[in-house]
Design a protein around this ligand. Structure first.
Ligand code: AMP
Length: 424
């Protein structure tokens, strides 16, 4: 098989790394890729959101399977463009990607198909939105409707903060067109967990559970980010919660999407709150979580290539996956200034020494390589230092040993990834 991985982050590097281990895979190409993917195969300079050019490239190269990494590529209609050219694609159509691209669509869909989620209202008018808050209790949860890079959610402790958030989104257009509408919903108490399932349009294969850390600094403090680290398995996610999530959330969603003429193919990622009444849906994403994916790829024993191909072809059937029982943990090494204003361009050295630590794999997330081979930071989240171990604390010790060996004064990371699970 010749596989095209679309995207340029740590998630795509981890997917490419795993797919490259398959005896069925002859070549991995990535677009646009990154220096980590460049060590696995060819990178072509086509943007992940340039659906028509990517599809034409895949057809010309006779690619057997395209794997979509980021939601923006799905929302740009890449799966649809590939379908027209007869190229198999693991990733949702534009219509199916609405589950992530519009929170209002997602909430209305949940009501139609009785998927448990927080009570909500949609507004495009700030005065009405503020009036609605008058009858509610804090904390207030305010979300931009569209794609805002994981930053479009405000949990406001006071009315003043909530009103300011409404104005920033609806009037000041902090998130551009993604903030034409807002969703205000009830705050759900509980512990969060991420659940991932591979979907083929009608059925789903659950993946192992993983949990990430969204806040920038230790102790879950500081601004929200795309994710500062993750670990798998997640102790909060028991087999019972998994079965309940499949029954009550994933399978009804697949049936509903099919019935509405937008069958879902790809990774359905449910952000859940484990409440006393059971799991409730916070959000859907239509792709792997990043950096959760890195920990899952580290633990997956089954060959990923035939599974993604089966999902793309609507033929998952009763396929199951085999996992390494050992835990994996990934530490995000980010550029100083992330998430607000990451300073890019700083030089990263000694990756090879870090890579030699037992159980460690380093995925590139936001790097670039100069012509002379110098590696530099080129984004907010730059490296994902991922380790597997007999215990979670061993995995953490290995990952942090590797972090300590990387010579990069321009970066920082949290020192407590996995703390919740390590404390139990
Ligand atoms: P989202 O982008 O919708 O996943 O929201 C980002 C984060 O905000 C989530 O990971 C939760 O920590 C928090 N959050 C979102 N919605 C709620 C809610 N209804 N209740 C409590 N926390 C929430």
């Amino acid at each position: 098989m010749k596989i095209l991985v679309v995207g340029s982050g740590g998630r795509e590097h981890a997917l490419g790394w795993k797919l490259a281990q398959s005896p069925l895979v002859a070549e991995i190409i990535s677009a646009p890729g990154n220096p980590g993917l460049a060590e696995i195969g060819r990178c072509v300079a086509i943007s992940a959101t340039n659906a028509s050019e990517l599809a034409a490239f895949a057809a010309r190269e006779q690619v057997d399977l395209v794997v979509i990494g980021p939601e923006a590529a799905a929302a740009a209609g890449l799966a649809d463009a590939l379908k027209l050219l007869g190229v198999a694609c693991f990733g949702p159509s534009k219509a199916a990607a609405e589950l992530e691209a519009s929170k209002a669509f997602m909430k209305e869909f949940c009501v139609r198909h009785k998927v448990p989620t927080a009570e909500y209202h949609v507004f495009d008018d700030a005065v009405r939105a503020k009036a609605y808050l008058g009858n509610r209790e804090p904390p207030y949860v305010i979300k931009a409707d569209g794609l805002a890079g994981g930053k479009g959610v405000v949990i406001a402790e006071t009315r003043r903060q909530a009103d300011a958030a409404i104005d920033e989104i609806l009037f000041l257009r902090k998130f551009g067109a993604a903030g034409q509408r807002i969703v205000i919903e009830d705050f759900l108490p509980g512990e969060e967990a991420s659940f991932f399932a591979l979907c083929d349009g009608q059925t789903a294969t659950p993946l192992a559970a993983a949990q990430d850390h969204k806040r920038a600094y230790d102790g879950d403090k500081g601004p929200n980010t795309g994710g500062m680290g993750a670990y798998s398995p997640a102790p909060v996610f028991t087999d019972k919660v998994r079965d309940q999530t499949m029954e009550e959330i994933i399978l009804p969603t697949l049936a509903g999407m099919k019935a509405e003429g937008r069958p879902f193919i790809g990774v359905l990622f449910a952000g859940l709150m484990i409440t006393p009444e059971g799991p409730k849906l916070i959000e859907f994403n239509v792709r792997f979580g990043d950096p959760e994916c890195q920990t899952l790829m580290r633990r997956l024993k089954s060959d990923l290539a035939p599974v993604l191909m089966a999902a793309a072809n609507g033929a998952l059937g009763s396929m199951t996956l085999e996992w390494d029982p050992r835990p994996a943990l990934s530490v995000v090494f980010a550029a100083n200034g992330y998430p607000d204003e990451p300073l890019t361009g700083s030089v990263i050295r000694a990756l090879d020494a870090a890579r030699r630590v037992e159980g460690v794999e380093i995925f590139h997330a936001g790097t670039k390589r100069d012509g002379d081979g110098t590696l530099r930071a080129a984004g907010g989240r730059v490296l994902n230092v991922t380790a597997i171990g007999d215990t979670l604390s061993q995995a953490a010790a290995r990952a942090y040993t590797a972090v300590g060996l990387i010579d990069w004064p321009g970066g920082f990371c949290r020192s407590d990834i996995g703390w919740r699970a390590l404390a139990t």
